[in-house]
Each structure stands twice: as structure tokens, then as C-alpha cells.
Ligand binder design. Structure first.
Ligand SMILES: NC(=O)c1ccc[n+]([C@@H]2O[C@H](COP(=O)([O-])OP(=O)(O)OC[C@H]3O[C@@H](n4cnc5c(N)ncnc54)[C@H](O)[C@@H]3O)[C@@H](O)[C@H]2O)c1
Length: 254
């Protein structure tokens, strides 16, 4: 894709699933990567895979709810490659999602931690990356949101609220910095089969989800990675302020 080769990206949440697939895809396109995650062995393995294939990647432990650790993640990209063009804020604590309930019942500690990682963490990725992207004159941020922000599910209240917040944050960034050449978009994936989600999904649930969609298959991490690459590339230059559903047609919105 045009406009990716030689650029620099940070991926926050890159050890497994969508973040890992995005790292591999961007590396293939010639992007130099800085990977942050709480799963340190995971990001080190991804960085090693990229470097062994002739790409460029460095990894650093990072809990995105921690301001100093997110700053260190962005600083590493600048130190390693001389600047920053793209931020993919992707991390979410999906272990909390499994025990997330409804508004009356949800433990407040669970709600607070979900917001701290899934939403405030994305704000931290935003505020540390924008000043660096500004120095380049242009660039882009892609957030991983979720169809849960729209779905109105009777459970997973904290997760849905955090993802709706990401959509608002994304629009704010698009609006505030779009004229300066910084684009901001979010991807709302449908059900994507990752190492982690597949392990927890019974066959009957997989069949039920497949039936609800308008595609012969469920999602793959690579489906989302391709959209991140497009949104970072010059081919996505006129896309700004959007939540783009990549979900095999499960949601259809105007
Ligand atoms: N897989 C799906 O069906 C699906 C659907 C909709 C949205 N999403 C979103 O896609 C994104 C990626 O999820 P995935 O499905 O690839 O799952 P995943 O668990 O493979 O990826 C999440 C990554 O975030 C990391 N992480 C968790 N807490 C962190 C923290 N505090 N700081 C830094 N990193 C942290 C994990 O270690 C992991 O590498 C998430 O934002 C998720 O909400 C996934």
C-alpha cells in the first residue's frame, strides 16, 4: 500500500490476536514497529519473528493504563527510529470482559479497571503520540473499538461503555487535529477468532454467531490488520473520524 514503507508505528497491545496480526502486516509493508503489551513474552516473540523475516521491531513491557509506561512506549519508537507516524491503540483487558455483567450488578472495581485500560489507556496512547506525529507534519491513529459499542447488549456494560468512549475520543481527535494532517479512525470488529477467543468459545456458540452474520465465515485477525494498514496508508488519506465495522456484514448502519 502507498505511504507505509519506511514509516514508524507503535502498536499498544500487540502480543496476540489482532495486534499481533497488525504488527506482521505492517512489517510486511515496510513499517518499523514498536510493540507494547503486558504480555512481555508475547511481544518479544512477535518482534523476533518480524526481525527474523527482515523487518524492524522492538518491544517494551507496557500496561496502557500507566501513563509513564505509555510515554516510555512512544519514547522508544522515537529513540529507535527517529520519530512516529502511526499509533494503533488496540489493547483491551478481555479477561475482565468474561465477568462483566449489568449496570446494577457490575463490581465497581471491574468497571473502573475496564475503563482504565480500555478507555483511559487509549487516551494515554493519544496524548503521548500526537505531539510526536505533529513533528512529522502528518500521520494517523487507529483505535480498536468493538461492535459492542452499538449493540446494546444486556451484559458487558463496562466493555460497551469503554468502547463507546473510544468512538467519542476518536471523533474528538479527528476533529481537533484533522486540519493538521492527523487522521483518526476506529475499527469495530465483529467476532474475530483469535488464539484467546477460540480457546474460550464452544462449537455451538461459534455456529450461532456464524448464523447471525452475512458472511460464510467468522473473522480472522488478518481481516482487521488489513483495515489498519489501509487506514494508515495514503490510500486511506481521505478517511477521517469514522468507526468502520469489519464484521462480515453483521451490522449494517447508515
Ligand atoms: N476478537 C474479537 O472478536 C474482537 C471483537 C471486537 C473487538 N475486539 C477488540 O480487539 C482488540 C484486540 O483484541 P483481540 O481479540 O486481538 O484479543 P487479544 O487478547 O489477543 O489481544 C488483546 C491484547 O491486549 C493486551 N493487553 C491486555 N491488557 C493490557 C494492558 N493493560 N496494557 C497493555 N496491553 C494489554 C493483551 O495482552 C493482548 O495482547 C481489543 O481492543 C478488543 O476489545 C476484538
Amino acid at each position: 500500500m502507498r505511504g507505509l514503507n519506511g514509516k514508524v508505528a507503535v502498536i499498544a497491545g500487540a502480543a496476540t490476536g489482532i495486534g499481533k496480526a497488525t504488527a506482521l502486516k505492517l512489517a510486511e509493508e515496510g513499517v518499523s514497529l514498536t510493540l507494547g503489551d503486558t504480555n512481555v513474552a508475547g511481544i518479544e516473540a512477535v518482534a523476533q519473528q518480524i526481525n527474523a523475516a527482515g523487518g524492524k521491531a522492538v518491544a517494551i513491557p507496557c500496561d496502557i493504563s500507566d501513563d509513564a509506561e505509555v510515554k516510555a512506549l512512544v519514547d522508544l519508537a522515537v529513540k529507535a527510529y527517529g520519530g512516529l507516524d502511526f499509533m494503533h491503540a488496540n489493547a483491551a483487558d478481555l479477561s475482565l470482559c468474561m465477568i462483566d455483567t449489568h449496570a446494577v450488578d457490575v463490581p465497581l472495581e471491574l468497571f473502573d479497571r475496564t475503563i482504565a485500560v480500555n478507555l483511559r489507556g487509549h487516551l494515554l496512547c493519544t496524548r503521548h503520540s500526537i505531539p510526536e506525529i505533529q513533528k512529522r507534519g502528518r500521520g494517523a491513529i487507529v483505535y480498536t473499538s468493538s461492535g459492542a459499542a452499538y449493540a446494546g447488549e444486556p451484559e458487558r456494560v463496562a466493555y460497551a461503555v469503554s468502547k463507546s468512549g473510544i468512538n467519542a475520543l476518536m471523533r474528538h481527535v479527528a476533529s481537533r487535529w484533522g486540519k493538521e494532517g492527523i487522521r483518526s479512525n476506529a475499527i469495530a470488529p465483529g467476532v474475530v477468532l483469535t488464539e484467546n477467543s477460540t480457546a474460550n468459545m464452544p462449537d455451538e456458540m461459534r455456529a450461532m454467531i456464524l448464523q447471525m452474520g452475512r458472511s460464510p465465515r467468522l473473522g480472522r485477525p488478518e481481516d482487521i490488520a488489513s483495515m489498519v494498514a489501509l487506514l494508515f496508508s495514503d490510500e486511506g488519506e481521505w478517511i477521517n473520524g469514522q468507526v468502520i465495522s469489519v464484521d462480515g456484514g453483521v451490522t449494517m448502519r447508515a
